[in-house]
Ligand binder design. Structure first.
Ligand SMILES: CC(C)(COP(=O)(O)OP(=O)(O)OC[C@H]1O[C@@H](n2cnc3c(N)ncnc32)[C@H](O)[C@@H]1OP(=O)(O)O)[C@@H](O)C(=O)NCCC(=O)NCCS
Length: 422
């Protein structure tokens, strides 16, 4: 590298297609100079870690967990097996799988005080805000998890997080409707039990519809991990201060809450409701092009092609509508809007294609899940990923506390002015 300011040349190693930002520090104009830094708002071209969890090729639309394509996982596996894979790095043997399912199933209950904690929220509290608070609160119920060097604590905290997330999510949902909480049913599958905790009323036993159970399980698999996105990065940044997994994953839930991340499926549905009818699509698209609107559920920082997750979940939409017996007028708007946008140079030139959130909202709505709770569904699916990212961070030989640099733009050395003189 040649510094054009000084004409000096430097050898900087290129490894795995990257240069180490710290190798640039030697590049100085004089001895007083701090040294060259990189500037990358939004981390658009900065690898923050080495990771073996998830591979994405955004140009080609490829997503693999531990090397296995997402298409194979959604077709042949289930969410709990994928959780094991994401967390442990390999598919379980039958014995490992049985033990894993047993462990998760036997950690689904939450402390009764968590119920009381939930009761403290207003009746119209956003379920995602409730989830964020209650996941953080779990750290106070398991203070031993703060010993992050203890292998057993790491493992049992991961199990607790994956097991309790649906219980917390369902309690948040029931609270918002003023319904009594439903305790976990250990005889149902992970997804079936979640549906039971959401929808069981007076019947002695809730029997989930297998088509809905499967579609929800697929949605959870599709969300299992997505490498270094906003929420995973939040988990790693907070975890790097040596925080337990509950505290770190609460940061992930907070990241996911935002409309540019997990909140996008809510925004999609609100957008479709506003468009209302296919006749209004041209005006809406014009407004997007004029910069007054964003086409929610389209575009992705990494995917510059059709999001493979969107393709898979699209395949379940009709089945879920058939199972619920509902017709969704918004589905027609969504189909037509997608078609028009994919035919429009404004979107194709910018490589804007549907992402997973474009279709997930339609499915959740058909299942009877209130819009505010959509992101909570995403959070359940993403929990193994957050936990795996945390685990990987803790085992990282290059572990450092996250502490970015800045370019200071404010004033310097100004004098304090007493109140009366301002
Ligand atoms: C996901 C998202 C935040 C990625 O943002 P990003 O990587 O920073 O992309 P940029 O904002 O740089 O977009 C590049 C261009 O496409 C446009 N663009 C991106 N997403 C767009 C969208 N959903 N609708 C309309 N235009 C969009 C930008 O305006 C920009 O256009 P320009 O080059 O004329 O300025 C963004 O695509 C978005 O807001 N999508 C909608 C929200 C969503 O569905 N999020 C879920 C992600 S899973």
């Amino acid at each position: 590298m040649t510094d054009n300011r000084t004409g000096k040349s430097y050898d900087v190693e290129i490894k795995d297609g990257t240069v180490k930002a710290m190798d640039l520090r030697q590049i100085k104009t004089d001895d007083e100079d701090f040294g060259l830094m990189t500037y990358d708002p939004g981390f658009t071209n900065t690898a923050s870690c080495r990771s073996a969890v998830t591979y994405i090729d955004g140009e080609k639309g490829i997503l693999e967990h531990r090397g296995i394509p997402i298409e194979q996982l959604t077709e042949h596996s289930n969410f709990l097996e994928v959780s094991y894979l994401v967390l442990h790095g390999h598919l379980p043997t039958q014995k490992e799988y049985d033990e894993w399912v047993y462990d998760i199933t036997h950690h689904t209950y939450v402390h009764e005080m968590i119920k009381r904690f939930m009761d403290g929220f207003r009746h119209d509290a956003n379920p995602m805000g409730m989830l964020l608070a209650s996941v953080g609160a779990l750290s106070t119920f398991y203070p031993e998890a703060r010993d992050t060097s203890d292998e057993f604590q790491r493992y049992v905290s991961a199990v607790r997080l994956i097991a309790k997330m649906p219980t917390l999510a369902a309690f948040a949902y029931r609270h918002s409707l003023g319904l009594p909480y439903v305790y976990p049913d250990n005889d149902l599958t992970y997804t079936g039990n979640f549906l039971s905790m959401l929808f069981k009323m007076a019947e002695p036993r809730y029997e989930p519809d297998p088509r809905i159970e499967k579609a929800l399980d697929v949605l959870f698999i599709l969300h299992a991990d997505h490498e270094q996105n906003c929420s995973a990065a939040a988990v790693r940044v907070v975890g790097s201060a040596i925080n337990d997994p509950f505290t770190s994953v609460a940061a992930g839930v907070a990241g996911l809450y935002g409309p540019s991340h997990g909140g996008a499926n809510v925004a999609v549905l609100k957008m479709l409701e506003r468009i209302k009818s296919a006749d209004n699509i041209p005006d809406f698209l014009q407004s997007v092009k004029d910069g007054n609107e964003r086409l929610m559920g389209f575009g992705h920082r990494v995917y510059k092609n059709y999001d493979p997750r969107a393709r898979i979940i699209r395949g379940h939409v009709d089945e879920v509508l058939e199972a619920t017996g509902k017709s969704s007028p918004l589905l027609d708007v969504a189909i037509e809007l997608e078609k028009r946008a994919l035919d429009d140079e404004y979107f194709t030139d910018r490589k804007l294609y549907p992402n997973v959130d474009y279709w997930s909202g339609i499915i959740y709505e058909a299942m009877g899940i209130p819009t505010d709770a959509f992101t909570v569904m995403f959070a359940i699916g993403r929990t193994p990923g957050w936990t795996a990212q945390w685990m990987e961070l803790m085992n990282d030989e290059e572990f450092r506390i996250a502490r970015p640099r800045q370019i200071y733009t404010g004033p310097r050395q100004t004098d304090y002015v007493p109140m009366g003189e301002r």
